[in-house]
Design a protein around this ligand. Structure first.
Ligand code: CUA
Length: 324
């Protein structure tokens, strides 16, 4: 049987498909309606010798308002509907299982939280939210799972995020959906959705695999990061505990959020956003650190708890002061 549309294997597929069908149906009727009108009027008002065909237009404000207002309401309705769906597309639920994805010509390399790696395959538990952090080693690729109705461009030099939640076990297609060179069409794979128990067992399957967090901890020492970004605030560089998600104040008074993209830039291009009070001493790791190492180090930095001796205790002292 010919499959007109891929199976619905995610919650998001159920969200986006009604919008797709509604747009298709309304486009179909509008197109057919316009074509029928064109044919009908071409026949009815066609040129005939001796026939009076004055060129003056009929003026009817009511008609003009009607054909302006009704389509405007329909289009704005679709805009609002689309905005709600798109927000859902981007808004990753909390506590997602993390998977790192590195694309290169012409394969997908993935690593799970447990440390298990795979190529051109994604194993995932059913009814569980996965958050993918994706980047490319070379050119632009695009991670696409039609059964989940989800795709995202994967760019060199930055991170993309995509969340997935499967509602069905089974295997589904994984495609690269951006022309990326000679073997683009071979850059395909499978997504295997398993029960949670089967996934847990699978994830532990490679005993030699080290979790990204552990690898990142070692790399943090090996690349010499710990020399300046140790446990305490050193003069050279700030301690990194609690950094992820916090607001960083820049010398010009602007604050930016320390998200994945910020951490990436801070390693590869440290002079870009030097935190207020620090001098740009740090060397760039551009070209020295592979994408996989960088992702592991960032995973480690994100795991660091806030410093116990930070100035977070100060407001408590001042609160107590008036009671004395
Ligand atoms: Cu990678 Cu197309």
């Amino acid at each position: 049987m010919i499959e007109l549309i891929p199976v619905q294997a995610s919650e998001f597929a159920r969200t986006v498909d009604p919008l797709f069908y509604a747009l298709t149906i309304i486009s179909f009727f509008a197109t057919v309606g316009i074509f029928l009108a064109v044919v009908f009027m071409a026949a009815k008002y066609r040129y005939k010798p001796g026939e009076d065909r004055p060129s003056h237009a009929l003026e009817s404000p009511l008609l003009e308002i009607t054909w302006t207002v009704i389509p405007a309401i329909v289009f704005l309705g679709f805009f609002a509907w689309g905005a709600v769906v798109y927000h859902d597309y981007l808004d990753t639920p909390e506590d997602a299982l993390q998977v790192d994805v590195v694309a290169k010509q012409w394969m997908w390399k993935l690593q799970h939280e447990s440390g298990r790696r795979e190529v051109n395959e994604l194993h995932m538990p059913v009814n569980t939210v996965l958050e993918l952090t994706l980047t490319s080693q070379d050119v632009l690729h695009d991670f696409y799972v039609p059964a989940f109705r989800k795709k995202v461009d994967v760019l060199p030099g930055r991170f993309s995020k995509l969340w997935l939640e499967a509602t069905k076990t089974g295997t589904f297609h994984l495609f690269c959906a951006e022309y990326c060179g000679t073997e683009h069409s071979y850059m395909i794979g499978t997504v295997t959705v398993m029960t949670e128990e089967a996934y847990a067992e699978w994830a532990r399957g490679d005993v030699s695999a080290k979790p990204p967090l552990e690898v990142g901890r070692v790399l943090f020492q090996d690349y010499g990061c710990a020399a300046c970004h140790g446990d305490r605030n050193a003069e050279a560089g700030p301690a990194l505990g609690g950094l992820f998600g916090s607001a960083i104040e820049l010398p010009d008074g602007v604050t930016i959020e320390a998200d994945d993209e910020y951490l990436r830039a801070a390693v590869l291009n440290p002079a870009l956003h030097v935190a207020k009070g620090y001098t740009p001493l740090m060397p760039s790791y551009q070209g020295q650190m592979g994408e996989s190492d960088l992702m592991n180090i960032i995973t480690y930095i994100k795991s660091l708890p806030p410093q116990p001796d930070s100035n977070a205790t100060e407001p408590l002292e001042t609160e107590r002061a008036p009671n004395q």
